[in-house]
Design a protein around this ligand. Structure first.
Ligand code: NDP
Length: 400
């Protein structure tokens, strides 16, 4: 079989010869008891770069020993890109949300052999899920592999925004010491009202981590959490996102992108937020209307916006979030720390082992199977596609 793997570029200076840490902490289980990815073997060193082209998700030996063909590329956008050329006879396509290969209906139609799209990470909105259902292409992802990595990023970015870390760091890098400049937008998080849109794996973990900052915590989700969890964290449940954002100083967005959540944060909803609130969005860029966010930062309706997700990705060089005031954006990195890479590389290997053996893939990993939303997909997604506009990713030009 032919496996096409789209990964981000190698470091500009080449693959590291030495890493900052010698090993990774050992984790056994996720907090809800789910086991970590458990392939029969791995051919990589956990803690090394696996998500870039030369890292190959540690798959080459495994695939080639079994007689399969592995093609890895980062050339994924624009007419005539290598990924499109290789897709036409691929059986399996693997892509990471950080550097997504937008698998639109048109692209799928060029690939008659395609049986499965694997997301090396979480969030399969870069695949036209409706087209996958129509064409019986299964879609799977490595549920939980990086949820807690993202929750750490959320806490980091909430603190950075509220305390105005970026501004203070810039002042010191520029040789300055004006304390008044450094603190004129700096507050304590303590006592604030913090709410999450969705309390799934990431949202709930972020709440658990934030509890220790003595904040008031709120959530909005399609399903209520068990009473004992609400009690443990002293959570206020909201039946609508409007009701929650009205009372929150900080809102963190943690739902998947699907037609129901696309552009949820538009001028109207942002207009209902408390003046001066902060948003941290590590879910998907398209859940927010990008221009509405920039307008709200300009007017002061929002005091800060951070996150790591953009639309499309890579973000075009003139994407307004690169230059709007009071932002704390990173590239899409929260779920691809070296720690997370080791988990999702192992998860992809586990999925491929099941696929080749004809044994069942874990239910929580399923998004689409046999033409229907399945597993996690049936629980968390709605039918349709959120890939519209993804061709804009071809506009990104590498600076050097
Ligand atoms: P989960 O599936 O555990 O949680 C998703 C939650 O979103 C569920 O509780 C679901 O609710 C809820 N939800 C779905 N639709 C809506 C809606 N319309 N309104 C409110 N809530 C909704 O996934 P994770 O927490 O692990 O991941 C969430 C998302 O975060 C991913 O889909 C992905 O887009 C993003 N992500 C980003 C990463 C990054 O690197 N920045 C890495 C990993 C994920 P219910 O189940 O109750 O219906």
């Amino acid at each position: 079989m032919k496996i096409l793997c789209i990964l981000y570029d190698d470091p500009k200076g080449g693959m590291p010869s030495k890493y900052a840490l010698d090993d990774l902490p050992k984790l056994d289980k996720y907090p809800d008891g789910m086991t970590l990815p458990s392939p029969k073997a791995i051919d990589f060193i956990p803690g090394e770069l696996l998500g870039c082209v030369s890292g190959e998700l540690g798959l080459r030996k495994f695939l080639e020993d079994a007689g399969h063909t592995l093609v890895v590329t980062s050339d994924k956008d624009g007419d005539g890109c290598q990924a499109d050329k290789e897709l036409v006879d691929a059986d399996v396509v693997i892509s990471q949300p950080f550097f997504p290969y937008y698998l639109t209906r048109e692209k799928m139609e060029t690939a008659p052999n395609l049986k499965m799209a694997i997301t090396a990470g979480i969030g399969s909105d870069h695949v036209d899920l409706q087209a996958a259902m129509d064409r019986k292409v299964d879609v799977v992802e490595v549920t939980f592999c990086n949820s807690r990595s993202v929750a750490e990023h959320i806490v980091m970015q909430i603190l950075s925004l509220v305390r105005d870390y970026h501004n203070q760091h810039r002042i010191i890098n520029e040789g300055g010491w004006n304390i008044a400049d450094a603190v004129q937008r700096s507050y304590d998080l303590e006592g604030m009202h913090v709410g999450t849109v969705a309390a799934g794996r990431i949202g709930l973990d972020a709440l658990r981590k934030l509890k220790h900052f003595d904040v008031h915590m709120h959530y909005f989700d399609r399903h209520k959490l068990p009473d004992e969890v609400e009690k443990e964290l002293n959570l206020t449940f909201h039946e609508s996102v409007e009701s929650m954002v009205k009372v929150c100083d900080v809102v963190t967005i943690n739902c998947p992108l699907h037609p129901e959540t696309e552009h949820m944060f538009n001028d109207e909803l942002i207009g209902k937020m408390k003046r001066g609130a902060y948003i941290v969005n590590t879910a998907r860029g398209k859940i927010c209307d990008k221009d509405a966010i920039a307008r709200a930062l300009e007017s002061g309706q929002l005091s800060g916006y951070a996150g790591d997700v953009w639309f499309p990705q890579p973000a075009p060089n003139d994407h307004v979030w690169r230059t709007m005031p009071h932002h704390g954006m990173t590239p899409h990195t929260s779920g691809t720390s070296l720690s997370a890479q080791a988990r999702y590389a192992a998860g992809v290997r586990e999925i491929l082992e099941c696929f080749f053996d004809g044994s069942p893939i874990r239910d929580p990993y399923l998004i689409v199977q046999n033409g229907e939303l399945a597993g996690m997909g049936a629980h968390s997604y709605s039918k349709g596609t959120a890939t519209g506009g993804s061709e804009e990713a071809a506009k990104y030009k590498k600076n050097n």
